[in-house]
Write a protein that binds this ligand. Structure first.
Ligand SMILES: [Zn+2]
Length: 184
């Protein structure tokens, strides 16, 4: 699986928001190959290795979080603000929560060149999603996807009131999310 440059750039921007020192610190903690990628300028629409995406998330979590990957959830939320809002600006004003959730799931194909996020079942205040086709799932990625989806629900004017997750990295057969929300 390859990841879109815009997703990697959101991670660099997360550090940049904390200041120049934070950006430098992040670069210093990357492997030589990922560092070179980041320094030579990531193309918004370019495709980059999944491993570089995981590395950026885990490095940010070590440097600015608790080192337990929980920051990856926050980074996913941040990336949703930065990227999904730009992509579907108009829909956030006119769309229903259900509609936004579907768009957010469909944005999988914008962010990754393989795998998918499918809506298995839905009502007007609940959705059941499954992620498939990620050859080597990583908890940092799944937490980031979870943050992305929760933020999408919030941006559409609702509040997540229930969240159930199953994850291959936690021993479950599939990576799945169930969200329940209420309109604010
Ligand atoms: Zn997972």
């Amino acid at each position: 699986v390859n990841v879109k440059g815009s997703a990697l750039r959101a991670r660099l921007q997360y550090a940049a928001d904390k200041g120049e020192e934070a950006s430098r610190l992040l670069l210093d903690h990357l492997s030589p190959s990922t560092r070179t990628l980041c320094e030579t300028g990531l193309l918004v629409n370019g495709w980059y290795p999944f491993s570089a995406f995981v590395e950026l998330n885990t490095a940010l979590d070590r440097l600015f979080g608790q080192g337990d990957l929980s920051l990856c959830y926050e980074i996913g939320r941040y990336a949703c603000d930065v990227n999904l809002k730009t992509l579907y600006k108009i829909f956030f004003r006119i769309g229903s929560v259900q509609f936004i959730v579907r768009r957010a799931a469909a944005a999988w194909r914008v962010n990754y060149d393989d795998g998918q996020m499918r809506v298995l079942a839905e009502t007007n205040d609940w959705v059941h999603l499954r992620v498939t086709g990620v050859p080597a799932p990583h908890r940092a990625h799944c937490l980031s996807v979870k943050g992305w989806m929760v933020r999408a629900v919030e941006l559409s004017g609702a509040q997540v009131i229930g969240l159930d997750e199953r994850c291959r990295t936690l021993g479950d057969p599939e990576c799945e999310f169930e969200f329940r929300w209420k309109k604010r």
